[in-house]
Design a protein around this ligand. Structure first.
Ligand code: DQA
Length: 154
């Protein structure tokens, strides 16, 4: 199984960035954390980060045919990006949304998530543990889907 993890703007500054909200884990440590979980779960993972909306759209499009699923923390684009929502809908890969902080307990403008409308599940406010939950959920979801496809073929 191959998963793509996409992190949006300013997540490269984890550790430095508002630690009272996002914690003290650095982006490099988050990448190691994700790699370790995926290694334990026998999942091949690629982790990408961009501060640019169009680049994130390109990443989603390029995932088609190359990955089994997407885990995404769209960061600030969560609250604005119809383009990322449309990209997720276009490729139709199972996608799971992660937010480190609880966006529903923050400013009103963070309460809406466009990409969530194309995601099978969201993990919100669990800190970086949300990425573990997303990986385990998506692994089960994809395996279950594959089993159902096999059963239909028979
Ligand atoms: C975030 C929440 C967003 O509102 C914010 O813009 C981020 C990070 C989170 O992981 O909690 O950059 O997606």
């Amino acid at each position: 199984m191959k998963l793509l993890v996409i992190n949006g703007p300013n997540l490269n500054l984890l550790g430095l960035r508002e630690p009272a909200i996002y914690g003290s884990t650095t982006y490099a440590q988050l990448q190691d954390f994700i790699q370790d979980i995926c290694a334990e779960e026998h999942i091949t993972v690629e982790i990408k980060q961009s501060n640019h909306e169009g680049i994130i759209v390109d990443m989603v499009q390029e995932a088609y045919g190359n990955f089994d699923g997407i885990i995404m923390n769209p960061a600030a684009y969560t609250h604005t990006s119809v383009a990322i929502l449309d990209a997720l809908k276009s490729v139709g890969l199972p996608a799971v949304e992660v937010h480190i902080s609880n966006i529903f307990e923050r400013e009103d403008f963070r309460h809406i998530s466009y990409p969530s409308k194309a995601c099978v599940k969201s993990f919100i406010g669990y800190g970086i543990e949300g990425y573990r939950k997303a990986i385990l959920f998506l692994k089960d979801y994809i395996n279950q889907n594959n089993k159902e496809k096999e059963a239909i073929k028979k």
